[in-house]
Design a binder for this molecule. Structure first.
Ligand SMILES: [Mg+2]
Length: 347
């Protein structure tokens, strides 16, 4: 069996309202890059990656022009070997960033193809530990006025979410503190609440922020500073006293190895294979919270993107916390009028 065809597409997804965080400013649309891989039997696997508005055309080009020739004719079952082939095929132009987004979309399509061929959902293929996952609602809401933030929160509660993440990183720390305080009061003492600073702070600022936010018992503070500053993260964990999640913007599979304990995984940015690597490492390093910089956060046990649990055979899965049913089909069918997606390029 070999890969017969690979098609890459690039879409703009307009957002129903302008979103914002501390580093990207106003976000009016997402870009979606899809990959469809078809084997000799006609079975098809679909993968995707995305951006918050820029770089999608380059990702599409990397897949269509550079990765496709490396994949067509190859055995789709040799996923790890194909991952290495793609990695070394692109490494001179970049060992992370856009190259990783491109590889991730293909990697996901290969796993999807494998799951479909054996008619099993991916979660079962990856070990079948538990069909239930905890999910959280991740708000991109830094500029929302407080009443809008609380209204969004109520909407998410009504949808069944039992954990919520909000943005921090406003110019004045006391603004962040006031908004988190209001959310904590709104949600109650034990409700899982996380914050995401999107790398807004330097190390000392992050330590100050963590100390100021400590009383609100957050599940984690996400991306307090750039992921490249590993020593800085160690200081933030030790001196700030808060659980830290990072790695989202350190896109490379290998880049994350420098972080011993603060992990974040997101298959559309790294692929399924690296996510499996991370899960294994998380299991090895897992330790109780309490200021140990080697601890691993349980983000691997939470799911925002849903990709790993995307059912492939009509198995809808169950979401712990009652966040609603997963879509029975993958999320990449954009032809319908609801998607409002615009195909930019096709190859
Ligand atoms: Mg984030």
């Amino acid at each position: 069996m070999s890969i017969e065809a690979l098609q890459a597409d690039h879409y703009l997804i307009p957002l129903p309202e302008v979103l914002s965080d501390s580093t990207h400013g106003d976000i009016t649309h997402f870009e979606l890059i899809t990959v469809r891989i078809r084997d000799g039997d006609g079975a098809e696997g679909v993968g995707y990656s995305y951006t918050v508005g820029a770089g999608g055309a380059a990702v599409h080009s990397l897949i269509a022009r550079d990765l496709r020739p490396l994949l067509v004719g190859q055995d789709p079952e040799r996923i790890e070997a194909l991952w290495q082939r793609m990695w070394w095929g692109l490494h001179y132009g970049g060992r992370g960033g856009l190259a990783c987004l491109a590889i991730s979309a293909v990697d996901m399509a290969l796993w999807d193809l494998r799951a479909r061929r054996i008619e099993q959902p991916l979660w079962r293929l990856l070990g079948g530990h538990d069909p239930r996952v905890k999910v959280y609602a991740g708000g991109i809401d830094l500029q929302f006025p407080l009443d809008r933030l609380l209204r969004q929160t109520d909407d998410n509660l009504a949808k069944g979410f039992r954990a919520i993440k909000m943005k921090v990183g406003r110019p004045q720390l006391h603004d962040d503190v006031a908004r988190v305080k209001a959310m904590r009061e709104h949600l109650g003492a034990d409700f899982p609440l996380m914050v995401d600073a999107n790398m807004r702070w330097g190390v000392d600022e992050a330590i100050r922020a963590c100390r100021a936010l400590a009383e609100f018992q957050l599940v984690w503070v996400e991306e307090p500073t750039i992921p490249d500053d590993v020593a800085g993260h160690t200081r933030i964990v030790r001196e700030g006293g808060m659980p830290i999640a990072t790695g989202e913007s350190g896109a490379g599979r290998h880049q994350l190895r420098r972080h011993h304990g603060v992990h974040e995984d997101r298959p559309p940015r790294r692929g399924v294979q690296p996510a499996v690597d991370l899960a294994r490492r998380a299991r090895r390093h897992r330790a109780p919270a309490g200021g140990d910089p080697e601890r691993v956060l349980p983000r691997g046990a939470w799911l925002r993107d849903r990709a790993l649990h995307r059912p492939t055979t009509g198995d809808r899965g169950r979401l712990r916390g009652g966040a609603g049913a997963l879509r029975p089909r993958h999320q990449l069918r954009l032809a319908g009028p609801r998607a409002r997606a615009r195909a930019l390029t096709a190859a």
